[in-house]
Design a protein around this ligand. Structure first.
Ligand SMILES: Nc1nc2c(ncn2[C@@H]2O[C@H](COP(=O)(O)OP(=O)(O)OP(=O)(O)O)[C@@H](O)[C@H]2O)c(=O)[nH]1
Ligand SMILES: [Mg+2]
Length: 469
């Protein structure tokens, strides 16, 4: 099984509570408040890891929770921060929350903070003012974020093999790369996508090649297996379209070729528009004249498509149409015939295509796909020394509040007041007095007065009832 979808729940750690403590020393007659701050809760982070093949790990474990911050203690001791959880995911993982794309992890080491740990509460030592020398309250740790995420994997490969079952796609991957996919003389040998690394120069210049299950007529509507995996071709720079010249499974080569073009188009027109080259496979079984004839027929077919303006055969790099001769390659996966010339041409081409895509900043790996550009507005991108990009939520510093009349008094709402009241123990008189000071400070008192609030009126702040004073 190849797992390209998963659902997980992530919960960050909440912040540790601030501490209420007073210094007690023999020689200090009136010890001051010295309660320390609570530690920060840990984050939950997803990190792209080239060692991870697919999302199978999440079939067994779907809940991830980071550690909470420890409470502060006396002598102004800061509580320890909670440990973050780093979850490795395969390259090409897209992170969705309620149908919104949060991040697309395409570079090794790239990270996204998917649940942010809560801030630690301040200890009572931090609430000392000239008029409040011995506060007996402290701030509570901040609640942590938690949410469900949908992960979906879209493989990242420079090139992808497409073709009918039994065309010889896996044989080509075997011949060209370090991968060892299963090869057999029956259709649907390949049941799941596989990636291989092709050292095209023999000196370590590589591209990655994806083999996906064979496509049948009707694949885009769900026939066969291929449709499930078509999405994995979406992020390639180039499709290597493999045709079996022996027509072994009863499909005439030109018909086979048209069938695949049709299925790509039916799946997504962006897929059909992706540049293609045609590999005419199994030439070892044919006489040289036959091979030459097939090559001519395919060149005519491709020329016809170009005349119709088919983008797959018109744009390889920029506006200049590639030489027609370069788009059709007679090869043999069995003997290797034709493949070194093909690699010598396609290797540098793929490198240029990849650089151009990265440079243009569209998506990450080809496919000027709008989706890959969308990031949750509340995420910021930062780059560390190693060039790894991290997405993290912006601090939720919503400002302001609204005041309206309710059935029995006034109702106050807003992110800032909500955060404030959630951070204190409202059964503690002193903490409530402190909150009221803050309300004055943030203009809430004035806003209530302006709306005609009288001493004794009920004021409901984010669900907590206070008396107006
Ligand atoms: N003679 C010859 N046979 C080949 C060549 N390439 C592949 N074959 C044979 O064709 C059959 C199918 O090859 P695969 O590589 O499994 O084909 P595939 O396209 O991966 O097939 P699916 O995974 O079923 O989609 C096998 O019996 C291969 O040995 C070739 O160049 N010459
Ligand atoms: Mg195969």
């Amino acid at each position: 099984m190849f797992y390209d979808r998963a659902k997980i729940h992530v919960a960050a750690g909440r912040g540790g509570n601030g501490c209420v403590a007073f210094r007690r020393e023999m020689h200090v007659p009136r010890g001051g408040p010295d309660g320390g701050d609570g530690g920060r809760g840990g984050d939950v982070i997803l990190q792209a890891d080239p060692q991870v093949r697919d999302l199978r790990a999440f079939a067994y474990k779907m809940h991830f929770r980071a550690q909470s911050g420890r409470p502060g203690s006396g002598a102004r001791k800061h509580g320890a921060d909670g440990e973050s959880v780093v979850i490795p995911v395969p390259l090409g993982t897209q992170v969705w929350s309620e149908d919104r794309l949060l991040a697309d992890l395409v570079r090794p080491g790239q990270r996204v903070v998917v649940a942010r740990g809560g801030a630690g509460g301040r200890g009572n030592a931090r609430f000392v003012t000239s008029v409040r020398q011995a506060p007996r309250f402290a701030e509570l740790g901040e609640e942590a974020e938690s949410r469900w995420l949908d992960l979906s994997l879209k493989l990242l490969a420079d090139a992808g093999l497409a073709g009918l079952p039994n065309a010889g796609k896996s044989s080509l991957l075997r011949r060209l790369s370090n991968a060892r996919p299963k090869v057999a003389d029956y259709p649907f040998t390949t049941l799941e996508p596989m990636l291989g690394v092709v050292d095209w120069s023999g000196e370590g210049d590589c591209f990655t090649l994806a083999d996906v299950p064979g496509l049948l007529e009707g694949a885009s509507e769900g026939v066969g297996l291929g449709h499930e995996f078509l999405a994995h071709l979406e992020r390639c720079e180039l499709i290597m379209h493999v045709v079996d010249l022996t027509g072994y499974y009863g499909t005439e080569p030109i018909t086979a070729f048209r069938t695949i073009l049709h299925e790509l188009q039916a799946h997504a027109s962006a897929l059909a528009e992706k540049p293609q080259v045609v590999l005419l496979n199994k030439i070892d079984v044919l006489a040289a004249e036959e091979v030459a004839q097939w090559r001519e027929r395919f060149l005519e077919e491709v020329q016809r498509l170009r005349d119709e303006g088919h983008p797959a055969f018109t744009y390889l790099l920029g506006e200049e149409p590639p030489l027609l001769e370069r788009l059709v390659w007679p090869v043999s996966a069995a003997t290797g015939a034709g493949l070194s010339a093909f690699l010598a041409w396609v290797g540098p081409l793929l490198q240029t295509m990849r650089e151009r895509t990265l440079g243009a900043g569209q998506g990450e790996f080809g496919f000027a796909d709008e989706e890959t550009a969308v990031l949750e507005p509340s995420l910021t991108e930062t780059e560390d020394e190693t060039g790894h990009v991290t997405y993290r939520p912006l601090p939720a510093r919503g400002r302001g509040f609204t005041v309206r009349r309710g059935p029995s008094g006034f109702i106050v709402e807003g992110p800032a007041v909500k955060r404030l009241v959630s951070r204190f123990d409202l059964t503690d008189d002193e903490a409530v007095r402190y909150l009221q000071e803050r309300f004055v400070h943030m203009g809430l008192q004035a806003a209530l007065e302006a709306q005609g609030a009288q001493p004794g009126d009920e004021v409901e702040v984010e669900g907590h009832v206070f008396e107006f004073q």
